[in-house]
Design a protein around this ligand. Structure first.
Ligand SMILES: [Zn+2]
Length: 588
């Protein structure tokens, strides 16, 4: 199949597409994907199509019959080729959809290009006709405007950036890497290139080489972060312009870069057998997303320490924050990591106010399972690094079977220990067992010290007594909007709902979250709040008796008396120096 994309009027947000199918047969069936790999939600890309017509090579119209929402059949007769013409409205600025305006064009193959049923394995050609002065960046071989793909999967897996992007370059292992940047930011490009290079080197060492000829990072810098999407030879990252300063924000950004890059092994080359081959017409189910997203999340932070970008203490703070988030998720006691993986299509990509009470993120739980598994493997003389290499070596072609991780772990831990680990923490909802003392570390707990206290550090001295417990999360922004009421909390028992807006307490306006927190400290456990809330447009009063706050805020500290072997194990694990002194210094 040959595809030609032009952008005669970028401000219209319309890509003009011509797709030519040679040797069509009498009635070829053409399919438009309903989802794009890596983003587990049915997106119905055809809703953005318009003006669909089919022609033969002489330009005579051919009759199109719609088979369903995303498939058509063309009465081709004995035409030598079928030419489909249509436009795609592209005004959705995410990494998994398409965007076109007066400054650039960005397209994902699955959102734009149909394939002929039964012919996914055939090579594809792509020609882009950019406006004058615009250039094309994609991981596909070829260029500057004509490209080839081995098959439809490679085409769908190679997003295309078209515009006046800045192009930064570096090499690792003799292989060219590029960053194509659309959008403005105050950013030190030299430092960014150097840090990304160090991240690539860490993974090159971990996996013993780079399995591509060339790699492309597409960066979209906009007003807010919209995440990243992994591909085999490229990634697209949508980052906030403000995500390069201060240091914490910058390191978080580098962690996203590391995350998407790591995926080129974990979920691209090593992918679930359930996704082999990809089926673009419907949901594909696996219980392993906790592995593919959780292990990737684990390594995106660890890689920054191994690259010398993050101090080990800052990484411990991040792990403490992840443990805090998990301990504040009542849904983690109801939904296992496997179940959350399987239901990604209806849960993970459709979060709502009940998610915290009913389910758990397979990213978050998976990251902490990865840590627990790494600790267990290290006690048995192995490591997650080695397990990963083993899985990539054995399953990169046929795909990772659903029991593949457990079997590989059993080879190191023994069958019984592996079964008990997976029964408890992966298939089950038992609290994770983290034997951090083997790394000279200690897990500590305390109550939260504010609505925005994410944990990861000891409590800062603020001169306030212990707060009474309400049990709500507030949405970000200036209004005191209840985002969720945690199941079993005083707020939930008293009938405070998600989306209630707190406007007053004891008859007086509450100006901000700090003022509300002060009232919780002033009343303390055993006290009560008399809240006035807007529920939709109706004013209500709700009295909430306050309970003692749970110790749901976690941090990890180096044990002052950690023996030398534990300190050595720590350094072997994270690649950084044993942190002297208190982790408190790492905050701020
Ligand atoms: Zn990911």
């Amino acid at each position: 199949m040959r595809y030609r994309v032009s952008l005669p009027e970028p401000d219209s947000h319309l890509f003009h597409v011509e797709a030519t199918l040679a040797r069509p047969g009498a009635a070829p069936e053409l399919c438009f994907p309903v989802w794009t790999p890596g983003s587990y939600l049915i997106r119905e890309f055809t809703r953005h199509l318009e003006g669909l017509e089919a022609l033969d090579t002489e330009g005579h119209p051919l009759t199109i019959t719609r088979l369903d929402k995303h498939r058509i059949s063309v009465a081709a007769g004995n035409a030598a080729a079928v030419v489909l013409r249509y436009r795609v409205y592209a005004n959705e600025l995410t990494v998994r959809t398409c965007h076109l305006d007066g400054t650039h064009g960005y397209l994902n193959g699955a959102a734009v290009f149909p394939y002929a049923a039964g012919r996914l394995a055939e090579p594809c050609q792509l020609e882009v006709v950019p406006p004058a002065g615009w250039e094309v960046a994609t991981a596909l071989p070829g260029g500057p405007t004509s490209f080839t793909a081995r098959d439809y999967d490679e085409l769908a897996d190679s997003p295309v950036e078209i515009g006046r992007h800045r192009l930064l370059r570096f090499e690792v292992g003799g292989k060219p890497h590029q960053l194509a940047i659309w959008g403005r930011a105050h950013l030190d490009e030299v430092a960014l290139v150097e840090d990304v290079r160090r991240i690539v080197e860490v993974f090159e060492r971990l996996f013993g080489g780079l399995p591509y000829d060339r790699y492309l990072f597409i960066l979209h810098l906009t007003e807010k972060r919209r995440g990243g999407l992994e591909h085999a030879r490229s990634t697209t990252l949508n980052l906030a312009r403000t995500s390069f300063f201060p240091r914490d924000a910058y390191e978080e950004t580098l962690a996203v870069v590391a995350h998407e890059f790591f995926h080129l092994w974990n979920v691209k080359r090593l992918r679930p057998a359930a996704f082999t081959p990809y089926d673009y017409t419907r949901e594909q189910y696996t219980r392993l997303l906790w592995w593919f997203e959780g292990v990737t999340s684990y390594y995106d932070g660890l890689a920054l320490v191994r690259a010398g970008i993050t101090e080990p203490r800052r990484y411990l703070r991040r792990l403490g924050q992840a443990l805090t988030a998990l301990s504040r998720t009542p849904g983690a006691a109801k939904t296992s990591a496997e179940e959350a993986s399987f239901l990604a299509w209806v849960k993970q990509y459709r979060p709502d106010e009940n998610s915290v009470n009913s389910t758990v993120s397979y990213y978050l739980k998976g990251e902490l399972i990865a840590l627990a598994l790494d600790l267990a493997l290290r006690r048995a003389g192995g490591s997650l690094d080695v397990l990963l290499r083993t899985l990539v070596a054995h399953h990169a072609d046929a795909g990772l079977p659903e029991d593949g991780v457990e079997r590989a772990a059993a080879a190191v831990l023994g069958a019984e220990a592996a079964r008990s680990f997976f029964d408890g923490f992966v298939r089950g909802v038992e609290p994770l067992e983290l034997r951090l003392e083997q790394l000279g570390l200690r897990l500590r707990r305390r109550p939260a010290a504010g609505f925005d206290d994410k944990g990861g550090t000891p409590r800062a001295e603020n001169g306030r007594p212990e707060a009474g417990w309400l049990g709500i999360d507030l949405a970000s922004g200036p209004r005191l909007l209840v985002q969720s009421a945690r199941e079993g909390s005083p707020a939930a028992r008293a009938g405070l709902y998600a989306d209630d807006e707190i406007v007053a307490e004891d008859g007086l306006r509450v100006v901000d979250r700090a003022a509300l927190w002060d009232r919780l400290c002033q009343e303390g456990p055993g006290g009560k709040l008399r809240l006035t809330v807007f529920r939709r447009d109706e004013l209500r009063e709700i009295e909430v008796p306050l309970a003692p706050a749970p110790e749901d805020t976690v941090w990890i500290e180096p044990a002052a008396d950690a023996p030398i072997p534990a300190r050595a194990a720590f350094e072997a694990w994270c690649g950084g120096r044993w942190p002297e002194g208190s982790i408190r210094d790492a905050s701020g």
